[in-house]
Write a protein that binds this ligand. Structure first.
Ligand SMILES: O=C(c1ccccc1)c1ccc(-c2nc3ccccc3n2[C@H](C(=O)NC2CCCCC2)C2CCCCC2)cc1
Length: 233
């Protein structure tokens, strides 16, 4: 059995990232709202744009707490945020769906999402992703580290100093690998499975602009922040 040792730096990194992940999350009221009422397609679209807008704001605050992020080139910081915002949104959505809820609530929530106005062709890949995240039973630290790794992806469009991002990402990858052995000792491939989800996530975000266009509403109105981040309008 491999003895897991964390260096002092790794312990500090884990704490900073976990605390920031906990602190910067929108109140899970989207699930409460969805469980309360059945909304029209228009209302659901508006709800998504509101939730996604506040989630981008929260993501910006979260990245400020990633050690080294603010020392990156300023334009690279923007490129990393822009490149990871949709993926971070789907990760948060997956966690919102897979959260422990009273009996029957998850089914109601899934039903409401199915009926929200999202076109059928995108429902399947989206729920496949949510299910594959749920099966991993990630602990909170793993969720926080996985989100950080997504943000610190060196090969996003327009990133100039990729090696600087790689160095930051490597530290977080090393820490996540150890956390996986610690929390899932019986599953030696767990770390690899976790990283495999990032490939699925990138595919989802690749189609996102097209997915939005297919949402059955007349005019797709977005906030200025979403127009920036989502490449829409
Ligand atoms: O961009 C999306 C898309 C996908 C396919 C086609 C077109 C757009 C696309 C993206 C997230 C979700 C999505 N999956 C969810 C899983 C569980 C709970 C809510 C979820 N949502 C939406 C949501 O508000 N997500 C929040 C979660 C916190 C972080 C910010 C985002 C609502 C919006 C009201 C209607 C029903 C779903 C649903 C959809």
């Amino acid at each position: 059995k491999e003895k897991i040792e964390f260096t002092t730096e790794q312990q500090a990194l884990m704490r900073v990232i976990t605390d920031a992940y906990n602190k910067h999350q929108i109140p899970q009221d989207v699930t409460k709202k969805l469980l309360q009422d059945q909304y029209s397609t228009e209302e659901n679209f508006l709800l998504l744009t509101e939730m996604a807008t506040s989630q981008v704001q929260v993501l910006v605050e979260f990245t400020k707490n990633i050690p080294g992020f603010l020392s990156l080139d300023r334009e690279d910081q923007i490129a990393l945020l822009k490149g990871s915002a949709v993926e971070a949104m789907f990760l948060r959505s997956a966690q919102a769906l897979n959260k422990k809820m009273p009996i029957g609530h998850t089914e109601v929530l899934e039903e409401r999402i199915h009926k929200s106005g999202i076109s059928e062709e995108f429902i399947k890949p989206m729920f496949n992703f949510y299910k594959s995240i749920g099966e991993l039973h990630m602990v909170l630290e793993e969720q926080a580290l996985l989100t950080t790794i997504t943000i610190l992806t060196p090969d996003r469009p327009y990133v100039k100093d990729q090696p600087a991002v790689e160095r930051l990402q490597e530290n977080v990858l090393d820490l996540l690998r150890k956390m996986c052995v610690l929390h899932h000792p019986q599953e030696p491939q767990y770390f690899a499975r976790l990283l495999g989800r990032l490939t699925e996530l990138r595919t989802l975000s690749h189609y996102h602009a097209e997915m939005l266009a297919s949402w059955k509403v007349n005019n797709h109105k977005f906030t200025p922040l979403l127009c920036e981040i989502w490449d829409v309008q």
